[in-house]
Design a binder for this molecule. Structure first.
Ligand code: SAH
Length: 382
């Protein structure tokens, strides 16, 4: 490969030359979060003009159904008079706009809300502020750079937290099998100064490996994401202390396995993660079983892990599409059918994406073993 062409690539190559190879986690953090040249400082990331499309950008129904979930969650918490509605990594604010439009139909809930947005990117914050101004919620919105900055302590209100495609952007580590051992994958530079894959001498603690590791061939990859587990543990502690519920949605697996899921997306196509640092969205699949374990260890209750398609259908996706299409023309109905297929279809986002709910306390209503609380839209909803 040729030496890195972006300013961030040059910066990273200089750092490696000075202090040695970077772990995948360190490389990812530099690529995504550098305040000047990092990926999330870019103007266009999510959407048609950007690099990838997320569920809220596919259809308004996604944010609406999550709004219904939030309302059910609030009711299950015995309808507190003050609640923090938190979104982690709100991106363009589309999910929030659809959610808030829905929530306005439930005045008791809408009035109880204080909005808290966890967002690292100044570019995104500016977008989100515009959206919330339009929705009439800007005066009740607070931004935080990280989860631990949320108001805490005995006077803090309980929280309802949403995170869609947020955990996948937090750094992860990779280990590669060689002989009987698993070595950490790292990023170094070759004799031309280009970024290249290496193996670090660091070994994984074998107790972290899932069953079947001995049978994996040379070159097999195993991934862990301590940063994601730590994030969820912090959230779970908060939920169990101040009360609340959370809904985590992302692509990933319900059971840990082997395989390289390091993904770079640029202009809606897969790219090489080592090319053009800062120009592509870098992610990996989320290990939901590990998140559920981290949450319960930190004192929260975790729901079963369900597929996004199953979750959305249980929340009333078809009824909502039916209501939106009822008085619409055929083109609109066709578009709605396409959106349902994209969000819930087994070959689209329906199976790959998983949903996990966390509860700070046992919910008042049944539902602890399944994220939805039902309460789908009635047929008259617009
Ligand atoms: N939830 C949105 C956006 C997903 S993209 C959607 O579904 O469309 C990830 C979001 O997380 C972006 O808003 C990005 O700026 C933000 N982000 C990335 N790393 C972050 C970090 N370490 N802390 C807080 N926010 C972060």
């Amino acid at each position: 490969m040729t030496p890195p062409a972006t300013p961030l690539g040059e910066k990273i190559a200089r750092q490696i030359a000075a202090t040695g190879p970077l772990s995948v986690a360190e490389y990812m953090a530099l690529c995504m979060n550098d305040p000047v040249d990092g990926y999330y400082a870019r103007a266009e990331t999510i959407g048609v003009k950007g690099d990838f499309i997320t569920a809220p950008e596919v259809s308004q129904m996604f944010g609406e159904l999550i709004g219904v979930w939030c309302y059910s969650a609030w009711q299950a918490m015995a309808s507190p008079g003050r609640v923090m509605l938190v979104e982690a990594g709100p991106g363009k604010g589309t999910l929030l706009a659809d959610l808030l439009r829905t929530v306005k139909r439930f005045p008791g809930f809408a009035d109880a809300i204080d909005l808290h947005l966890i967002e690292a990117s100044a570019t995104m914050i500016a977008r989100q502020r515009e959206v919330l101004t339009e929705a009439g919620f800007a005066d009740r919105a607070h931004w935080h750079a990280a989860l631990h900055e949320l108001p805490a302590g005995k006077d803090a209100a309980p929280a309802i937290l949403i995170a869609n495609e947020f955990l996948d952007v937090l750094p992860f580590r990779q280990y590669v099998k060689k002989g009987k051992a698993w070595y950490e994958r790292s990023i170094g530079i070759d004799e031309n100064g280009a970024l290249t894959w290496k193996l670090a001498p660091t070994l994984i603690d074998p107790s972290l490996l899932p069953p079947g590791a001995e049978g994996e061939p040379d070159g097999a990859v195993f991934e862990i994401a301590p940063a994601r587990e730590a994030w969820v543990a912090t959230l779970a502690e908060r939920l169990s202390q101040a009360g609340g519920m959370a809904l985590l949605i992302d692509y990933g697996h319900a059971q840990a396995g082997f395989g390289d899921t390091f993904q770079a997306m640029r202009g809606h196509a897969h790219a090489d993660p080592l090319e053009g640092p800062g120009l592509a969205d870098l992610t990996s699949h989320v290990d939901f079983a590990a998140l559920a374990r981290a949450a319960t260890a930190a004192g929260a209750h975790a729901s079963a892990i369900v597929e996004q398609g199953e979750f959305l259908l249980a929340m009333g996706l078809l009824e909502r599409a039916g209501a939106l299409g009822a008085d619409a023309d055929e083109t609109t109905r066709e578009r709605l059918r396409g959106e349902v297929e994209r969000l819930a279809g087994p070959d689209e986002m329906g199976r790959l994406f998983k949903v996990l709910a966390l509860y700070g306390m046992n919910p008042v209503r049944s539902g602890a073993d399944f994220p939805p609380f039902s309460a789908p839209f009635g047929g008259d909803a617009k």
